[in-house]
Design a protein around this ligand. Structure first.
Ligand SMILES: *[C@@H]1O[C@H](CO)[C@@H](O)[C@H](O)[C@H]1NC(C)=O
Ligand SMILES: *[C@@H]1O[C@H](CO)[C@@H](O)[C@H](O)[C@H]1NC(C)=O
Ligand SMILES: *[C@@H]1O[C@H](CO)[C@@H](O)[C@H](O)[C@H]1NC(C)=O
Length: 330
């Protein structure tokens, strides 16, 4: 399997910045590996259920996994295998225990879907019996919906980050299956077409009245106010720029809307204060191997003080190794 973009990202990000502990810097979080997947399981995103279990997606296998991170030595189970696809990208909870996700046949070397293969599905885990899987729609004119988020107050709408030169946020109506570009901006576009430069808007998380996003290629984290339908109703604000060598990917926002934790390549998670853009870079060369997404834990009080991170792994020859789930105990 040829998974060169990760390698390219790792190579462009060699000038690592280190977290400088200052007088007000909280202690670095403890970093633990929860589970390591088999080689070449390029983990991409995760969501957390109210029962604390993680739902985990991989762009290189067609399975949706579940993992209970609160038990010692957990092993994942497969919730569903999607037929006729090569992998799953973003996932988001829409109503209690119902999740939406994006599937496609992926050209992983270019981080694009083969045209016509990208689709949105819902996975309903709220019933006692088998999960109910429903195709919402194909989106034939997108080749990459990367970050995916639910609208904070309108459960029938999800928003997806189109990282391509479209530089757009898609709106998908889960009830009608209608899809359209909600808005686009030069602040969402990539800077080139080669791996390492071809991902513009990437992470996406709606919280309160804002849609938070990262632009990987342009190197910043920002937000924009949205209305009830997910339309842009304000100027795009840039909150922070990624330090040299750090490439922002997907975002977790805390319940209090004070801090973001941004999964970042090649081996970082970055804490960002939403009020002033101050950042703290947490680095771990052995455990944080190409972090792709992050979410706060859920359930008990202890879980809410943890950030779970999907890591995409690192190349050893042609094998991607160390794909897994890592916990940060804050
Ligand atoms: C499989 O996906 C392709 C597009 O990637 C589509 O043309 C074909 O109809 C699908 N086959 C089935 C059985 O769903
Ligand atoms: C997507 O394709 C459909 C069908 O060709 C077209 O009606 C629609 O305008 C396209 N939307 C965008 C945003 O390109
Ligand atoms: C994973 O890949 C590495 C590097 O190629 C290899 O050394 C290792 O044996 C592989 N692990 C398994 C279980 O195949």
């Amino acid at each position: 399997m040829k998974l060169t973009p990760i390698l390219a990202l790792a190579l462009t990000a060699r000038w690592a910045v280190k977290a400088l502990p200052g007088p007000n810097t909280p202690p670095s979080p403890k970093i633990r590996t929860i589970y390591t997947f088999p080689n070449n399981t390029f983990l991409e995103s995760l969501a957390v259920r109210s029962n604390s279990n993680l739902l985990i997606t991989s762009m290189s296998v067609p399975h949706l996994y579940s993992l209970n991170p609160t038990t010692p030595n957990p092993t994942p189970s497969i919730i569903h295998t999607f037929p006729n696809i090569t992998g799953i990208a973003g996932i988001t909870e829409t109503t209690p225990d119902v999740f939406a996700l994006v599937t496609a046949n992926w050209d992983l070397a270019n981080t694009r879907a083969y045209p016509g293969t990208l689709a949105v599905w819902t996975v309903d885990l709220s019933k006692k019996q088998q999960p109910i899987i429903r195709l919402v729609t194909y989106i034939p004119n997108s080749t990459i919906i990367n970050g995916l988020t639910s609208h904070p107050s309108n459960p029938r709408i999800i928003l997806g980050a189109d990282s391509s030169s479209l530089g757009a946020v898609w709106r998908i109506d889960l009830v009608t299956g209608n899809y359209e570009i909600a808005f686009s901006s030069p602040l969402f576009t990539p800077t080139g077409t080669a791996p390492g430069t071809n991902l513009g808007i990437n992470g996406l998380r709606a919280s309160g009245n804002h849609l938070y996003f990262t632009n990987s290629a342009q190197g910043f984290f920002g937000r924009v106010k949205i209305d009830k339908k997910g339309n842009k109703i304000g100027e795009i604000e840039i909150i922070s720029e990624s330090p040299e060598g750090v490439i922002y990917d997907d975002i977790a926002i805390d319940k209090e809307k004070k801090r973001a934790w941004v999964a970042s390549h090649p081996d970082y998670v970055v804490e960002i204060d939403l009020s002033d853009g101050k950042q703290r870079v947490v680095k771990d060369e052995t455990r944080l191997l190409n972090p792709t997404s992050a979410t706060f834990g859920r359930g008990g009080k202890k879980e809410k003080e943890k950030v779970y991170v999907t890591v995409g792994g690192q190349f050893v020859g042609w094998d991607l190794v160390g794909n897994g789930i890592v916990a940060l105990d804050l």
